[in-house]
Ligand binder design. Sequence first.
Ligand code: SF4
Length: 420
Amino acid sequence: MNAFLEPQAPSISDSDPLAISNSDPLAPSSSSQLAEGSQPSGKIDLLNFDRQELAEELQARLGFESYRSKQLVAWLYRHRATSFEVMTNISKQARAALAEHFTISRPTAVQVQQSRDGTRKYLFQLDDGNMVESVLIKQTARYTLCVSSQVGCAIGCRFCRTAQMGLVRHLKTAEIIGQVLAVKDDIAGLPLDQDGLKVDFTNIVFMGMGEPLHNVDNVIRTVRLLNDELGLDFSSRKITVSTSGLVPAIRKLGASGAGANLAVSLNATTNEVRTRIMPITKRWPLESLLEALREYPLKRGKRITIEYVMLAGVTDTVDDLRRLPQLLTGIPVKVNLIPYNANAGLGFDAPRRDWVFHWQESLLDAGLNSTIRWSKGDDIDAACGQLATVYEKTKRREKAERQQPQGGIGTPERTIAEAS
Ligand code: SF4
């Protein structure tokens, strides 16, 4: 069975989006690390714990003192160790005990695509065979890594290809932070890029496959790991968690104190249009979403990013442009305009370039900090969910061809399309 085509959990339903039950597809995740962290070997993946949890786990299982968790965080994240043998400041006896109980995982990169514009896209295979994507995005003077938080997504945004998969499952903490580590491993030996820039990322965004705040506990834990100064040491200014508007989880993220920026995918100025393109609006209408943003605890000088996908004639009308600043009054925001990429083939049109610039100027005139995010990696499968979908289609085609007498395409290999 193809997990991408046969989702195991339903998407939010138009007919009953407010239903709350035990099988509620939009109930935020609540995870037991022990249950989640166990591998088929019975060993526990160390990447599922933040430093505090790691100290508690090591104390409970092995009687280790808390300084061991500091050593391990440095080895796991700063040195990206994948075996215990290399941890030379830990005694042989302690390493043997660790190896007996714990493991250190990495997702497997089954495909890497390199775009002419410098963007580099990864398709990772997880232990259960599911696939997720990460994208290393080249910007003017830096790289940003975009990571996935779920396999598929339950939210059902009409302009998004991932939505067509439905939700397959949440990613474990190890599978989210594992994307960061695996990309670091991959780019470690690369030469400077064509602009003389070191190929390494300074920023991380949770904007890949999935709704991060549907998997809020594991995303908060991942943010804590990214923040840890003994490990990867990303400051809160460099991490952004994006959401379609799961109001209770926005409040939970705010209350957690996790060091990350918040981005909200707003994309419309009326409940009617937003419900059409983002059915989650029926569950949490614009009023409750904006109230949660007004009450979101922000550090001094920080702003919430409002993502606004411009769908020609749907979300970018003259009335939308008039209403947007009114809706955002009193909320410290910056607006990121995202002209829709019509290549996605989901029945929407891209806005005209001059209209996008007009929007930006008008928002600036209205006192709103406003930027435009043009799509990257146009020569590769760059929209979220696109690479996994293409890969699955290719696998099915290969399987069909293998069943033909003259078939016989080999197993998928890690491929790098050279920039030309
Ligand atoms: S845009 Fe984001 S939240 Fe909406 S369906 Fe796609 S992955 Fe899910």
